[in-house]
Design a protein around this ligand. Sequence first.
Ligand SMILES: Cc1cc2nc3c(=O)[nH]c(=O)nc-3n(C[C@H](O)[C@H](O)[C@H](O)COP(=O)(O)O)c2cc1C
Length: 323
Amino acid sequence: MQNLNLNYNFSVAPMMGVTTSSARYMYRLISSEAILFTEMIASQALYRGDHEKLLKKQSLESPVVLQVGGSNSDLLRYSTNLANQYSYQGINLNVGCPSKKVSQGKMGACLMKEASLVKECVSSMIKESSIDVSLKCRIGVDEFESYDFFKEFISTVAESGCKIIFVHARKAFLKGLDPKKNRTIPPLKYEFVHQIKQDYPDLKFIMNGGLNSIEECHTQLKYVDGVMVGRAIQANPFFLEKIDNEFYGKDLKTIDKIFIVKKYFNYIKNNVESVSTYELLSPLLALCFGVPGSKKFKQQVNDLIRARDIKSLENTYLNLLAA
Ligand SMILES: Cc1cc2nc3c(=O)[nH]c(=O)nc-3n(C[C@H](O)[C@H](O)[C@H](O)COP(=O)(O)O)c2cc1C
């Protein structure tokens, strides 16, 4: 069984099109301790594609975990090696994505029906490197929705030596629900994750799904080893403001939002030639969460993003925060 290097009390969930290197840079300006995840990258793409482009990140982002998709042990071993080479602190295998395209590539949630294959994949990843190897799964898939099915899956996968499992506490419906509906329609069953922790106390289980406040996260920590939050941070990156204090025992710091916005605009200016405008600017849209009149503000921001007017955009944000 491997020894873990990172402290997984609080993680920001992997989100395709959201947790880009730029968004992670912004999140890291707000929390220095939360574990950050990349978007899922197919192991095939890492093997065949430009891995320099796919894996490039800012050193400030660490600790960051690379999430991969796949079911071929050789490709996953190769990906683990790359994760190590590009200084990722961990690698995570996605066994929870319900998208049709992902299933067709024999990746994601469909693999919950093939526990032995998942075990083989994770074993080969663990043998390859000393960085943390983890799994992210659901509690079931399609008609396989009983606790016994989930327990059997975990029992098989645990034989790989994997010590940490992130669980999105709802099952995935591969037939008939798109990924978005698969994040809301199947009911959350936190009790499955609480029970699995009791049944396998030596493994670390991280609760994911529907956690929208610091209080809800603390409640889950009574039963499991850590929490992972996705959409609540996508909607409002300042959710991360108190994480270092609440989940890592660091001194409470007041976050200077103006400082963060200025630092992020510096990052934009330094990367405008090499990173897409969409990636650079989309994390900004969430920064006006909860601000009075934010609908009008968002429209103004959208117009400036379309015009790629970065100077006015910066002034608009700074004026808003100053007000
Ligand atoms: C836009 C978006 C993209 C996502 N992409 C991924 C992904 O690449 N890999 C993954 O394991 N989960 C992905 N997820 C699922 C999240 O990691 C998480 O499991 C899910 O949103 C439930 O957590 P939440 O309720 O805190 O958002 C994605 C979710 C969203 C909203």
